[in-house]
Design a protein around this ligand. Structure first.
Ligand code: AMP
Ligand code: MG
Length: 262
């Protein structure tokens, strides 16, 4: 998303797969190739130890955050990759500024950190649930932009994906959680009331996306009804980002050249 560009989510088709010419088989083959590249590039990022990547996943409930993490990172060495899942703030977290709990989970040099929910919850949950007055969450757009700018200037590439699903798709996925015994654990009592707030959430996303899509950390708006397409988009962006980083295997230090191991 271009910085500041307005978006109407109801005009963005969540079923759109035209970027991969609509072919599921083609996307899946491509994903296998990308997984191989990602495995290699992640090791190189770790060895190079100069840069890091932060992946931020945002979506409404059942939007596919967990599935994306599971599929895109299949086969990657878990060393050097971390996942932080941000839930309802604890009493201690709620007693601090909203970035307090976020910052310790940002990636160190050589690492990839994945945020399953993030600091973005703090601009739309309080707004939609009317937890605090507008001026409290409204300041946060600016703070988020500055926070992400700090990370970027210090060597972190920030990739933000907004997974866009339709109301019908959400309904189908929540129903599945109720019907499939292996998915009961995913169902949360909070999913029912949030579903009623669908229009409020969409309006909050529509304001948040242009305000926080910046030159240094733009949003990717991902049509996410089709899981294979969503995974292909995220894998492609991640691999292309890593390829463009000019990562190098560190050379052997001069002092160790010619050293014999006996
Ligand atoms: P899940 O990701 O499905 O395990 O659910 C986590 C829950 O935590 C969701 O209902 C989120 O809306 C909620 N949550 C996450 N961050 C915040 C926040 N900063 N303020 C309020 N609720 C939050
Ligand atoms: Mg949930």
């Amino acid at each position: 998303m271009r910085p500041g560009a307005r978006v109407r989510l109801d005009r963005c088709d969540p079923d759109d797969t035209s970027a991969v010419h609509g072919s599921k088989r083609r996307a899946e083959g491509e994903c296998d190739r990308l997984a191989g590249r990602l495995k290699h590039l992640q090791e190189l990022l770790y060895a190079d130890h100069r840069r890091s990547i932060l992946i931020v996943l945002t979506a409404i409930d059942a939007g596919g955050k967990d599935g994306t993490i599971q599929h895109v990172f299949e086969g990657v060495n878990p060393q050097g990759v971390s996942v932080a899942h941000f839930r309802v703030p604890t009493a201690d977290e709620a007693a601090h500024d909203f970035l307090w709990r976020i910052h310790p989970h940002t990636p160190g040099k050589g690492e990839i950190a994945i945020f399953n929910r993030s600091h973005y919850e703090d601009v739309f949950v309080p707004r939609v649930e009317r937890l605090v007055p507008r001026h409290v969450w409204h300041h946060r757009y600016r703070m988020i932009n500055e926070f992400e700018r700090t990370l970027v200037l210090e060597g972190t590439t920030v990739l933000k994906f907004f997974l866009h699903i339709s109301e019908d798709e959400q309904k189908a996925r929540l129903r599945e959680r109720l019907n499939d015994p292996t998915k009961h654990w995913k169902f949360s009592a909070a999913d029912v009331p949030t579903r009623r707030l669908w229009p409020e959430y969409q309006a909050a996303f529509e304001e948040m996306l242009p305000r926080t899509s910046t030159r240094w950390a733009p949003w990717y708006l991902v049509p996410a009804n089709k899981k294979w397409f969503r995974d292909w988009v995220v894998s492609t962006v991640l691999v292309e980002t890593l390829e463009a980083m000019d990562l190098r295997w560190p050379p052997l230090p001069a002092a160790w050249k010619g050293v014999e191991i006996r």
